[in-house]
Ligand binder design. Sequence first.
Ligand code: BG6
Length: 479
Amino acid sequence: MENNRLLITLFGSTGDLASRKLYPAIYRLYKYGHISKHFALVGTGRSQWNDEKLRAVVLDSIENEIDEKEHAEEFVSHFYYLIHDVNKKNDYSKLKHLADELDQKYTIEGNRIYYISLAPRLFPIITGNLKDQNVLTTNGFNRLIIEKPFGHDQASARELQDQLEESFEEDQIYRIDHYLGKYIVQNIQALRFNNPVFANIWNNQHIEQIQITLNEEVGVEDRAEYYDTSGVLRDMIQNHMLQLVSLLTMNKPENFNSKEIHQNKIDLLSHIHQYQDGQELKDNTVFGQYGSDDNQTVTAYRDEKGIAEDSMTPTYFAAKLTIDLEQWQGVPIYIRSGKRMANKATNIYVTFKDDTCDWMNHLLIEIAPRQGYQLYINHKNKAYASHLESVPLSYYLNEEEERKLPGDYERLIFECILGKRENFAHYDEVEASWNFIDHIFEVAENIQPPTFPNYVSYSQGPKEADDLLKKDGHHWLSD
Ligand code: BG6
């Protein structure tokens, strides 16, 4: 058991993310002893709350995690609320005063995490004031956790980074990509590099293709304002999808430290092939937007509250990626992600080459709804005149294990406390990913826009996404 010394300042403590994800995550860290008596949290916001109100909200949000009421009450006694307007300099003096007081009270020794769970346009205002108003400590550490989106394109990401770097060094900035906190995603490296059976064949000599599916049943929900300016490329592909691509194809780091892991991912991301012109883009990508369902019982994207009736924002994207590196020459990586799909499916298939048999060996890495792996092997079936058939060797977490498993945010906040940075995106990864996405939008301007809507809700997406693989003699392996 560790007993980390820590003061968390949470900007946006009255928000939805804080209650849904952050308080339960922090409580579990407390429950399992990773933080305890040398811990405090200052929640800030403009609402006229006080300590009691914040503590009541926190208690409510951790309800399902509580084993012992007394322990939970002790936990919330470490929470303090400060009415704070991020634009008012004076309010940072109040924050400094409270932070220093709590530092003393809980003997925290200057270790601070600033978690900004607010709109990205506020990031630089907050970080600038934290520095200028001397809220940052000189003993202990100062770490910043921020949520996506990190910019809207490469230029705005660069601008944001320059602003943040006036107050925080890159190695103090922890950009959350919650996919990197997922248990199975964190296992991709172990799977690839700690199993000779895969490590020795993880290249274009042996891998035929890779498929990544990030499909969701939900639609835009109540996030129209954000989503309609982002769409699936900025919401899912630039971050989660390209992170998965890089984890699956990056070179093996010699030492598995953050610096090398980041560097190898950056190298990989900078070598994803960019579509040169409209024709290449058309041949390799499919954009989609959901309509209603067959019975017209659900809302089409363009009819969702807050969405323009002629919106051209894609809610679905599929593509064939290739990597301009010798070891990946000739290996297609098919990616797809959509909202309002038939089912939630977050998975990766790696198919190994085989000329001797009808069925290839597939490795299925399943992230959701179940968590585990299946390796499809060929064996002879049970009939007298037996034929080869494909059967899965499986490992899946059971319900009990799933329930006990640390959540994405819990893992990531814990890693930030430990100063482990590899599961947070480095700025150069973000920039390389934006370059790829920006280029798609640039090239797309030269082609005829698709006709939207082009897939019905709760379906498998546009038919063109099937054709994309058919051309290469493949089909989507996931439902
Ligand atoms: C978020 C996106 O980053 O990821 C959402 O903004 C999406 O639009 C979500 O629904 C999906 O995450 P998960 O963990 O449910 O696959």
